[in-house]
Design a binder for this molecule. Structure first.
Ligand SMILES: C[S@@+](CC[C@H](N)C(=O)[O-])C[C@H]1O[C@@H](n2cnc3c(N)ncnc32)[C@H](O)[C@@H]1O
Length: 378
């Protein structure tokens, strides 16, 4: 495909450079404001195009050498050409853009709290690699090469997983390793169990049995924050009823032991729940689920916790209307659907705080935790 010249004017919410080219907006990943060079067009639509930088002639003074040897070709990380400090600033700016639907910029600046991770690497307790058995290929997808590339030195994985990956590539050999795969192509998950054993699973959706948080050290920081917030919103000995929507295996409410807590999810590993957590296995996206859920709950919960998948929860405001909780804790890995879901609630609830938890350093993903309090008259 043809090469185009670019000059980066801005960065979008996914950390991609933006350049105007012939009346179209070009999105060029892994570039910085002020950088100039040539790029290869990967996809072209009516109003925009996506390109990949081939040569950068004018480099930003903010550019840093990536710590990962696979960064240029691998699509797993997005921010390794910035310092971690700059990555956090971009994430905060991206969140501010999304939150404009809900709060003014001044208000955002007053209530935002940011929790960077303690280090940028070695946080993932599971990684997924893609394989093509006949070609003995194992690794991450490369947009430029349009195939999987070997990623033996992925920096995001926990050190124990890294050691195992190193063995697969360098000691056993990928061809030998892929003899265990039943399909011609698929994925393999390399997982660290809670008792620090590395296990390997071919072509399974949830190898650990249900959803689990990938970055446990960031998860602990979020749980501490949630616990402190809970204690400021509710008196210590008050019997609080909580509904934990998309609660998985009870991660978010495990420590709120003085409460009665309904954990609602389509898949719950019941043995992971504590005695104060009551499982309700339910597809929350199914038509008519609001009525079914109301029947299963004795009293109206004072606190509603919601932590949906990336697609968010379109029916959220209807459920809030029927339950009318005093407080809402909305936790999200997608600020765009988070803002959409909360927009209809702004006449009834006030945003008390917005917090950014960096669960996914080096990538454009992060978690947002919004605390909302019902207005008195509601
Ligand atoms: C982001 S995870 C949150 C899990 C949990 N709150 C935690 O902190 O570990 C999203 C959860 O949504 C659940 N889920 C996905 N689709 C669902 C559906 N249609 N109905 C109910 N739960 C669903 C998944 O099983 C997963 O546990």
């Amino acid at each position: 495909m043809e090469l185009i010249r670019f000059e980066i004017q801005d960065i979008d919410v996914f950390g991609q450079g933006i350049s105007k080219i012939g009346g179209k907006t070009a999105f060029i990943p892994k570039t910085l404001i002020g950088e100039q060079g040539s790029a290869r067009v990967i996809k072209e639509k009516k109003s925009y195009l996506i390109a990949q930088a081939v040569e950068i002639d004018v480099k930003s003074p903010d550019r840093v050498e990536s710590a990962c040897p696979h960064y240029d070709q691998c699509t797993g990380c997005h921010y390794l050409h910035y310092s971690y400090e700059d990555e956090i600033s971009f994430k905060k700016k991206a969140l501010k853009n999304h939150m404009r639907k809900l709060v003014s910029d001044d208000e955002f600046d007053k209530i935002i709290q940011v929790f960077p991770d303690v280090e940028r690497f070695n946080y993932r307790n599971r990684i997924q690699l893609h394989y093509q058995k006949n070609e003995s290929l194992l690794g991450q997808y490369s947009t430029s090469l349009k195939k999987n590339i070997p990623t033996p030195e992925c920096k995001l994985a926990d050190k124990l997983i890294q050691n195992r990956v190193e063995q697969i590539y360098n000691t056993a050999g990928v061809g030998e390793f892929l003899k265990k795969a039943r399909k011609k192509e698929g994925h393999v998950e390399i997982l660290l169990t809670p008792d620090n054993k590395v296990t390997i699973h071919f072509d399974k959706q949830y190898s650990s049995g249900g959803f689990t948080q990938v970055n446990q050290r960031a998860n602990r920081v979020l749980l501490d924050f949630l616990g402190l917030s809970f204690r400021t919103h509710f008196k210590e000995n008050d019997p609080v009823q909580i509904i934990d929507l998309f609660g998985g295996s009870g991660n978010l409410t495990k420590n709120l032991a003085n409460s009665k807590c309904y954990v609602v999810d389509s898949f719950i590993k019941k043995e992971s729940l504590s005695t104060h957590q009551i499982p309700i296995v339910m597809n929350l996206f199914k038509k008519g689920m609001l009525g079914t859920l109301a029947q299963k709950i004795e009293n109206k919960p004072e606190l509603m916790i919601v932590d949906p998948p990336r697609s968010g929860f379109k029916e959220f405001s209807l459920l809030v209307e029927s339950i009318a909780p005093q407080m809402i804790y909305y936790i999200s890995c997608n600020p765009s659907t988070l803002a959409r879901d909360l927009e209809n609630l702004m006449d009834f609830y006030q945003i008390e705080s917005i917090s950014l938890f960096d669960f996914f350093p080096a990538t454009h993903h992060f978690e947002t935790f919004v605390i909302l309090k019902a207005y008195e008259q509601y």
